[in-house]
Structures are given as C-alpha cells and as structure tokens.
Design a protein. Structure first.
Length: 150
C-alpha cells in the first residue's frame, strides 16, 4: 500500500497506523504476512500534480485497468515503467492463451509492489472464470527486467 501523507509524519508511524486502523480491522491477524507500506519511503506529493489521468485503455471492447483508482496512466511513461510494460505483457499473454486454445477469451491480471522484482500476483482467467494462472506462470516471466524480452 502506498499512502500519501504529511511531510512531517514519520514512515514508521504511517506503517503502524495503516496496519492498526486499516489492515487488521479487515483481515485480522497479520502475523506471518509480509506487508509493504510506502516501500519507497515518503509519499508526500501525489494526485493530479504527480500523475496524468488517462487511467484506462480499451482493447477489443474490454477495459485495461492501469494502476489504482487514484493513479496510473500510460501517458508520459516509457517502457521501463512496470505499469506500461506489464499491461502490454498481460495483453500479449492473453492473446497467447487464446491463440494456443487455452481460452476463447482471457483476462490476465498482475500486481507488483514497488521495489520487488517478483510480482505479488499473476492471475489469468478464461471466459468461464477458470484459472489459467499455472500455465501462465510456467511459461511467462513477469519480472520487470524480463518484460521487454517478449
């Protein structure tokens, strides 16, 4: 979770407060769970001053969701930005799943944490909602350094 905060608030305090007041009330016991809160440090400036607003692109009648509800855009981002390169990779993988006969339609989702090479989640669903994730994970590498190789 990346949480914008006042410049005067310490990162450790933000982490403590988010865990206590947001995460624990929703999921309960967090022991044994790796939690990332503002993994790049302070997050003082955000919103429209920091990110452009074209949050969705359309591919074949389906929306491609980029980033969160508050940020994320392709505009101004080069292929080194994981939002852009992973979205293109997800589209490529979905097309491969269809062309290889694993699905008639395929939705591929991927989630990253800033500063972590391995995606936190890779999911692929066919038109029936059945998971194709194991096939995708076995055959495609979603680590940021590998995305440009496809």
């Amino acid at each position: 979770m990346s949480c914008q905060h006042d410049e005067t608030i310490d990162s450790a305090k933000i982490r403590e407060q988010i865990i206590e007041h947001v995460i624990v009330p929703v999921i309960g016991d967090v022991s044994g769970i790796e939690i990332f809160i503002n993994p790049t440090g302070k997050f003082v400036q955000g919103g429209l001053r920091r990110h452009r607003s074209d949050r969705q692109k359309n591919y074949g009648g389906h929306l491609l969701r980029i980033g969160s509800a508050w940020r994320g855009a392709f505009s101004g981002k080069d292929s080194t930005k994981v939002d852009r390169s992973a979205a293109y990779m997800a589209r490529f993988v979905a097309k491969q799943m269809v062309s290889q006969g694993h699905a008639k339609e395929c939705l591929v989702s991927v989630a990253y944490a800033i500063g972590k090479a391995e995606p936190l989640m890779v999911e692929a669903l066919n038109e029936k909602g059945e998971s194709l994730a194991e096939i995708v994970k076995k055959n495609f590498d979603f680590r940021p350094q590998q995305l440009s190789k496809h």
